[in-house]
Ligand binder design. Structure first.
Ligand code: ARG
Length: 458
């Protein structure tokens, strides 16, 4: 079958050009949305009086048959027809004859491809938001069971201060909540109808674009035909939202990888979510987490690949824009996989609270000791220096803070009394951090209630 645009050409297209310019090998992913769009376009053409009732019915029937073939994976895509749009249209012409040739009236692939993508993005982002919500729910449920699990927090990956595990888990829940706002933002930007913009200037048929928008579920209509066909910012927004979410997943994955090591031993990953080594029989590797950590790289790559493609592009449509699809599809697929993988890990892992508790005392309590002196009237800087010298002495002697006696403390400062020794408990330390958003038991319980309410958990 000849190319739809063959009229102007005297030579057959080079094979290289066919292979190099085709996008059907990947944009066939848009086929279900292309069908939906074609259906809405036919109805709009009918309403505009461009198509007769019989013509519209025949086209709609033809589209229905192709849709079924697509669903059953029976539709044959052909590279020489370039992209998903021309494949479907050509097949319609092939089956219906002349009337099939009327489908592309008042439309260009430039507004068609944008419309398909925007529909695809809206559906996929709704699905990603569901996965994100599932993951947050798992975090909240795990948090609810972790109120009294104490572990050290780390800054600079050095033990810092004792915290409650619930606090750690709700910290990630906050980040994943932020991701939802980025997904919703991307959804809003995608939620605008491009069809009716034509190739660049608009179209000279009386299309009711608001009717098309209603048929396709778009809440807005693009107000400028040049912007509508030239702009891919709505794709960038998706890639950015996926990149940030992937970065959060990567950080959580890194913690869990460290925590599952023999050195930390804070969590145990289930066998079914780990893999072995082909040479070292003793190994149980956290490959799922490592891949989640690694995938952030390709999510950033996808964002920067499209950013770079868009830079300096002249107004309006240019074929460069075809490069937006592979990063888009890849980012959506990748983020969905990572969200699902992380959920499985969190549901399956065992928290070793004894190991966490054992690691949480000791020098993580030195800030508490300094603050004790501050409460007794010593300026913080002096208290810091004084407790620093106690720390240095203990380190020199290879002793732990819990072994300090009152006499020893008093040899450093007369301000120390009996109650100073009671400070040296990780639980008590967490409970003193009772500012809004702190790790004190009462505070985290309040935040748990907020999280449960927001996630619809009773
Ligand atoms: N496959 C093309 C793309 O994704 C569709 C639009 C092509 N338009 C054109 N005038 N060549 O960008």
């Amino acid at each position: 079958m000849g190319k739809p645009w063959s009229g102007r050409f005297k030579e057959k297209t080079e094979e290289f050009v066919e292979r190099f310019t085709q996008s059907v090998s990947f944009d066939k992913e848009l086929a279900p949305w292309d069908i939906r769009q074609n259906v809405a376009h036919v109805k709009t053409l009918l309403r505009a009086g461009v198509l007769s009732k019989e013509e519209a019915d025949s086209l709609l029937k033809g589209l229905k048959v192709i849709e079924e073939e697509l669903l059953e994976d029976r539709f044959e895509f052909r590279k020489e027809l370039e992209d998903v749009h021309m494949n479907i249209e050509a097949e319609l012409i092939n089956r219906l004859g002349d009337v099939g040739g009327k489908l592309h009236t008042a439309r260009s692939r430039n507004d068609q491809v944008v419309t398909d993508e925007r529909l695809y993005i809206k559906d996929k982002l709704s699905a990603s938001c569901e996965l994100l919500r599932d993951l947050r729910r798992v975090l909240v449920k795990l948090a609810e069971r972790s109120v009294d699990i104490i572990l050290p927090s780390y800054t600079h990956l050095q033990r810092a201060q004792p915290i409650r595990m619930i606090h750690y888990l709700l910290a990630y829940r906050e980040m994943f909540l932020g991701d939802e706002t980025r997904f919703i933002n991307a959804y809003r930007h995608a939620d605008c109808l491009a069809l009716g913009s034509g190739a660049v200037a608009g179209v000279d048929f009386p299309l009711d674009r608001f009717y098309t928008a209603e048929l396709l579920g778009f809440s807005r209509v693009c107000r400028n035909s040049m912007q509508a066909t030239a702009d891919r910012d709505y794709v960038l927004d998706v890639l950015y939202a996926c990149a940030v979410c992937g970065m959060h997943l990567s950080r959580l994955a890194e913690d869990l990888i460290l925590w599952s090591s023999e050195e930390f031993g804070f969590v145990d990953l289930p066998d079914r979510l780990c893999t072995g080594s082909s040479i070292m029989p003793q190994k149980k590797n956290p490959d799922v987490l490592e891949l989640i950590r690694g995938k952030a790289g390709r999510l950033y790559g996808n964002l920067f690949s499209l950013f770079t493609t868009l830079k300096g592009l002249p107004m309006a449509y240019n074929r460069d824009l075809q490069e937006d699809k592979e990063p888009l599809f890849d980012s959506i697929r990748t983020i969905c996989d990572c969200l699902e993988g992380m959920k499985l890990i969190l549901e399956g892992m065992k928290i070793r609270m004894d190991r966490m508790r054992n690691a949480s005392g000791g020098f993580t309590l030195m800030t508490d000791l300094a603050n004790y002196l501050v409460h007794k009237g010593l300026p913080f800087r002096q208290a810091h220096r004084l407790v620093g010298s106690i720390t240095s002495l203990l380190l020199e002697k290879g002793r732990k803070p819990e072994e300090l006696t009152l006499e020893e403390l008093r040899s450093f400062s007369e301000l120390f009394d009996e109650d100073a020794l009671a400070l040296l408990s990780p639980e008590a330390s967490t409970n003193r951090k009772n500012t809004y958003g702190g790790t004190a038991r009462d505070e985290v319980l309040k935040m748990l209630e907020v999280a449960k309410r927001e996630e619809g958990i009773s």
